[in-house]
Design a binder for this molecule. Structure first.
Ligand code: 1CP
Length: 345
């Protein structure tokens, strides 16, 4: 199939004429078009308007000419049908007004979420697929159980994850139940996104790096695997476990198809640790996009050189685009990756 999107070929470790590229958080506040939309609608309202979400992502994909469109949505709204009172405050980011506490009755966590309450996400996938050219992949996404649990327990963003780690260690039964319920809710969401047209899905474990490998193995890996097992055979899965390269050997025991790599480890070393069974995605430090065209080109070339012809490499940043990023620098990166790969072949 020659019209198969490059990203999908890379995800099944097939040869590609050049590595596909897309950027985590490629739509958002660094783009004037997005800021204009946000002057008119609140963030949560935007997430609930599939046509507007599709347009925001189509604008970003058009501007950058990347090979994939991740849907415009967020990891946190799934907490609403699980009984959490979520809001986004200007400047402060997400807040959860009724966080989970160690003494809480486990009965407060619903046994299953009604997938009707996630239908806006499914519609966003379908709309995005409709407006994005066929040769580009559409990626659905969700938060990983640990990262979602961290928001639900801390009540918002956190730096040290003190309450999360305390609950995990002092109320392990409540923790395990909650992590399973999160895994099931996320499986439901991602399965619905795949059924609505997502070609692949990414699971963001943005804050797992707060854990040591033993803790990850004990308190997190079984629940991540429960989620991955439920997605097996439905569509390729990218697992992005950020923040601590010492967790990569743990991630490489799970049944994802591709592992996301942050910038804290060299791409050669990451490829060595994860072995040949996984596609790999990453790993340019997002702050490189705050420099100049020459530096951006040199850093992109360095990563491409280091990866060589390994099958299943997807160029991306090591984490999301920073809001200070000049859009033309992101455009330059995409151009450089495409040119460099062509001139190298
Ligand atoms: O306009 C605004 O002020 C809202 C800012 C914003 C945006 C643009 C939020 C709130 N979410 C999003 C969109 C979003 N979030 C996308 C869509 C696609 C895109 O931007 O290209 C995606 C993939 C996410 C995923 C997400 N949300 C993650 C995982 C990725 C990562 O960066 O690690 C996380 C941790 C969130 C939580 C979240 N939502 C919003 C903010 C500001 C945050 C982070 C807060 C924190 O630092 O804890």
């Amino acid at each position: 199939m020659t019209d198969e999107p490059l990203l999908l070929r890379a995800l099944r470790l097939a040869p590609t004429p050049r590595p596909p590229i897309w950027l985590m958080r490629q739509a958002g506040r660094y783009m004037a078009e997005y800021r204009a939309v946000r002057e008119r609608v609140s963030f949560l309202e935007l997430c609930r308007r599939p046509r507007l979400c599709a347009q925001v992502m189509a604008d970003a994909v058009g501007r950058l000419d990347v090979d994939a469109a991740i849907i415009f949505s967020d990891i946190l709204p799934i907490l609403i049908p699980l009984g959490f009172d979520l809001d986004y405050l200007p400047g402060d980011g997400p807040v959860i007004r009724n966080p989970l506490r160690s003494g809480d009755d486990p009965a407060r966590i619903p046994a299953a979420v009604d997938s009707d309450r996630m239908s806006f996400v499914f519609e966003t996938v379908a709309e995005t697929r409709r407006v994005i050219p066929r040769e580009k992949a559409v990626i659905g996404f969700a938060g990983a159980p640990f990262t979602l649990a961290s928001y639900a327990v801390e009540g918002g963003s956190s730096r040290l994850f003190t309450r999360t780690k305390t609950l995990m260690r002092t109320a392990p039964e409540l923790w395990s139940l909650f992590m399973d319920r999160l895994a099931d809710a996320v499986a439901e969401s991602l399965s619905g996104q795949i059924a609505s047209g997502a070609d692949a899905v990414q699971i963001f474990d943005s804050w797992a790096g707060a854990l040591a490998p033993d803790e990850y193995r004990m308190f997190v890996a079984p629940h991540t695997e429960r989620l991955l097992a439920r997605l097996k055979g439905k569509a390729p899965v990218i697992y992005f476990c950020a923040g601590n390269p010492a967790l990569l050997p743990e991630a490489a025991r799970l049944s994802a198809d591709c592992l996301g790599i942050d910038w804290r480890i060299s791409i050669q070393e990451a490829c060595r640790v994860v072995g040949p069974k996984f596609a790999v995605q990453g790993n340019l430090d997002p702050t490189v996009l705050l420099t100049d065209k020459k530096t951006i080109r040199a850093e992109a070339a360095r990563i491409l050189d280091a990866v060589g012809r390994r099958p299943g490499f997807i160029f991306n940043l090591g984490h999301g685009v920073l809001k200070e990023t000049p859009v033309e620098n992101a455009v330059e990166l995409v151009r450089a990756v495409k040119e460099f790969a062509v001139s190298a072949s």
